[in-house]
Design a binder for this molecule. Sequence first.
Ligand code: URP
Ligand code: ZN
Ligand code: ZN
Ligand code: ZN
Length: 480
Amino acid sequence: MSLIIKGGTVVNADRSFRADVYCEDGVIKAVGTDLDTPGDAEVIDAGGQYVMPGGIDPHTHMQLPFMGTVASEDFETGTAAAMAGGTTMIIDFVIPDPEENLMAAYRKWRGWAEKACADYAFHVAVTWWDDSVHADMGTLVREEGVNSFKHFMAYKGAIMAEDEVLYNSFTRALELGAIPTVHAENGELVWQLQRKLLEMGITGPEAHPLSRPPEAEGEAANRAIRLAQVIGCPLYIVHVSCRQALEEIARAQAEGSRVFGEVLAGHLLIDESVYRHPDFDVAAAHVMSPPFRAKEHQAALWKGLQSGTLQTTGTDHCCFCAPQKAMGKDDFSLIPNGTGGVEDRMSVLWTHGVTTGRLTVEEFVAVTSTNAAKIFNIYPRKGWVGEGADADITVWDPAATKTISVKTHHQKVDYNIFEGMEITGLASHTVANGKLTWANGDLRAVRGAGSYVKRPAFQPVFHALEKIARANVPTAVARS
Ligand code: URP
Ligand code: ZN
Ligand code: ZN
Ligand code: ZN
């Protein structure tokens, strides 16, 4: 049960230094130079490599029932693929149908996730509102370690949350010390544009981005931000894909608001031309929401990540194979939305972030692991290589190269949105809960070895917001 990583450079979000790392019983027991090697310890030679906190992907949807089908990647295969790419924890989503009891949905997802090979947690979506939802949010936070609630401002007629739900849920989340998160797209506008494009006879995947313009995302981001500002809660905006949403976040931050932004590896690298591919299967394979955007948006998103306006990177890993995508052969609005990437996120970020000089190695650690751990209040247990932290570690070979391909990836999906991308920087070894799960191409993930991670409420920002709220309690005027 013990393991030592020798001769590498430890990289945390704050600094890098030469040290060995000794792990026992799933925990990092010592970090220091020239540590003794116990006789029974497994030894990993990290010479010339970086020793970093395992990646945390804060946005995945394993085996999600969605748009009339179920995502092909499940919790076992998805977490195994994640570890092949250096990611040791995912935060997935419980998504109850409208009227579905939150606790029942939560238990269902917990059951599905028992086979996960890596640690996991859940954001819980609020898709409707009544007293039971108010009560269940309390149970989830206080007893189940849920500290974030998700709201879909899109997907009208399915899981879309109207402003009334947003108001009630954000208010409840604030009193519980949980962070509201949003998928920001104006669902009414998307719905109307979908109908209009279909009426015009534009039924293929090329209509997908046309029905979900950046303005629809910017409007929803702004609406969620303004609601959060009035309510006094923090806000986390998932998969920011365009300049318009980014600008709303930057402005809110400049106004002093606690708004966090997440960007997906795909949105940083892929542009909207994919939707005009002559092969339906290729174009449909890229259908996800928000869609991939014109090139100006990728440049803006990189700057958002560099400036700290965006703090986390995810994948929205939500896989559908070609026969599933074909459900929308004659109507693009029926193509199941989602793409993969959980295995490739860190390498793609390293290649296009660190090797290009956009990010330092410490910033890479921050945006792939530490910032998510801090925002979702599991730091320094996760997101840090230090004594007492969980032994979730990636040994990173900055010189290793490969070409991403569906033929060699471990993800359970028949397409890779990064197909053909030449990358530099790979996980040579992944350690999860103190066990070696990936070693130079050998995937040793174990079904069920991952654990559910409880996340405490009231991350530090809430204490600051409480003081602001106390200083601004509304008062009545006493009149005679
Ligand atoms: O297209 C996507 N992103 N599918 C998964 C659900 C969501 O919106 O995150
Ligand atoms: Zn209440
Ligand atoms: Zn979404
Ligand atoms: Zn998602």
